[in-house]
Design a protein around this ligand. Structure first.
Ligand SMILES: Cc1cc2nc3c(=O)[nH]c(=O)nc-3n(C[C@H](O)[C@H](O)[C@H](O)COP(=O)(O)OP(=O)(O)OC[C@H]3O[C@@H](n4cnc5c(N)ncnc54)[C@H](O)[C@@H]3O)c2cc1C
Length: 393
């Protein structure tokens, strides 16, 4: 491995952040660190927004500013340039959630196509992304997954949803910009997987254009990753895959318990970690035919993948291997990896404030402290602030 690779170097991690940025982040993570506030925050905020209290200004200046690039692509330009100065790419993520009508699906589809157009011919935006539930109704996908027969109207609706996915992937193909399809809840994931695989068969003959996402917190997913690889090998296409642990664990477990089926989630964290690392190993073993994006904030997994690359003599800049984190989190990984010449790109979520609130609440929840400790982000910010004040004498 590159012996200089250290995720503790906060000088590199926060090179992009001014003192004012760091102080703002310090107070933000201080608040987020308080479990109680994070619990009451989402309902209070939703309520305040609903009754029209002027809270959006406060949200915009704090949590939104930290975790999002802006409300439009244009507003993300500063963030794109800032990341790029540190050698880190941007993945524009139009994060509108919880919408459920055809008009919104059409406009979301158009917006995703705009992110692909914006990415074309700009090295600062090497990959793009979308969620199938951004362009298709959740309960329709649920029906398809369960094998329920669709009504004639639903068949039409499904055709339109597939057309949107096709239009996005086609634009990715004609512009040569890779597009990732996010993974979601297990009770709609088979449908997403089938759709993603058919898009890969169609567009990944010469180059990895479409990427699916594999959630290794599911006990069956390492096997299905290997199975998809066999399909790619047999049918002569490149498999694109983003590897993540998975974001819906509580929801998955409680639904399984409520409905009385075995949970699809691994029995413990250790099993998830084991499969995650085995998956990066499998992908780097087959790097000719698999293009991989490691979407993780886990130090160990990033270290291990970096080691795997060096051991297997895979160039750091091989276009089939990317590390990826979310904006506002784990800059110690992103910028230190980029400094060691690995390919790195961060999700830069954007969209109207109200529509990205669920995303922001998830980030807050992820960063609360466990039993009174300082969260990982807060510890790094404090370390860098101390380093800077020490340097001033
Ligand atoms: C760039 C990027 C893209 C992403 N895209 C997606 C996506 O498309 N779909 C998606 O679902 N998520 C996605 N995520 C979120 C991701 O799945 C994780 O929730 C998040 O990154 C935390 O996991 P981690 O690998 O960073 O590391 P860690 O912090 O080490 O791991 C935490 C994760 O481990 C798992 N885990 C925790 N406790 C247990 C337990 N007791 N038993 C079993 N497993 C456990 C859970 O998945 C949990 O989220 C993405 C994350 C990133 C950085």
């Amino acid at each position: 491995m590159d012996h200089n690779l250290s995720f503790e170097n906060t000088e590199i991690a926060f090179r992009n952040s001014s003192n004012a940025d760091l102080k703002r982040a310090f107070w933000l993570f201080k608040v987020i660190n308080v479990n109680f506030l994070v619990k009451i925050g989402p309902p209070l905020t939703n309520f305040a927004v609903k009754i029209g209290l002027p809270v959006t200004g406060l949200i915009r200046a704090t949590i939104f500013k930290h975790f999002c690039g802006g409300e439009t692509i244009r507003q993300c330009e500063n963030t794109i340039r800032g990341l790029s100065r540190g050698g880190v790419g941007t993945i524009l993520d139009y994060s509108i959630e919880g919408e459920d009508n055809e008009q919104v699906f059409n406009s979301t589809c158009e917006e995703i196509i705009r992110t692909i157009k914006r990415a074309a011919k700009d090295k600062a935006i090497p990959i793009t992304v979308f969620k199938v539930t951004g362009v298709a109704r959740f309960s329709l996908l649920e029906k398809l997954d369960a094998g329920t027969v669709l009504t004639a109207n639903e068949e039409q609706e499904w055709q339109k949803a597939q057309d949107r996915v096709l239009a996005i992937c086609e634009k990715a193909y004609t512009t040569g910009v890779p597009v990732m399809i996010d993974a979601e809840e297990s009770w709609i994931q088979n449908t997403i997987d089938r759709l993603a695989l058919s898009m890969m068969e169609r567009f990944n003959k010469e180059k990895a254009i479409v990427y699916n996402t594999c959630q290794l917190y599911r006990h069956d997913k390492l096997a299905s990753l290997k199975n998809d690889y066999s399909v790619a090998e047999k049918n002569g296409f490149i498999m694109g895959v983003k590897l993540v642990r998975g974001a819906y664990m509580e929801k998955e477990r409680s639904r399984a318990a409520e409905m009385g089926y075995p949970s699809p989630i691994q029995p413990d964290k250790q099993s998830t970690d084991r499969d995650y690392n085995a998956a990066t190993n499998f992908c780097t073993d087959h790097v000719e035919r698999i293009a991989l994006v490691a979407g993780t904030h886990n130090d160990e997994s990033c270290k291990l993948l970096a080691e795997q690359l060096d051991k297997k003599k895979i160039d750091h800049k091989n276009p089939h291997v990317y590390f990826s984190q979310l904006l506002g989190m784990s800059d110690n990984l992103s910028f230190n990896l980029a400094d060691a010449q690995y390919n790195v790109a961060k999700y830069v979520p954007y969209g109207p404030i109200k529509a990205v609130l669920p995303y922001l609440f998830r980030r807050a929840q992820e960063n609360t402290a466990i039993s009174g400790q300082m969260s990982r982000e807060l510890r790094l910010i404090v370390k860098e602030l101390k380093r800077r004040s020490g340097n001033k004498g």
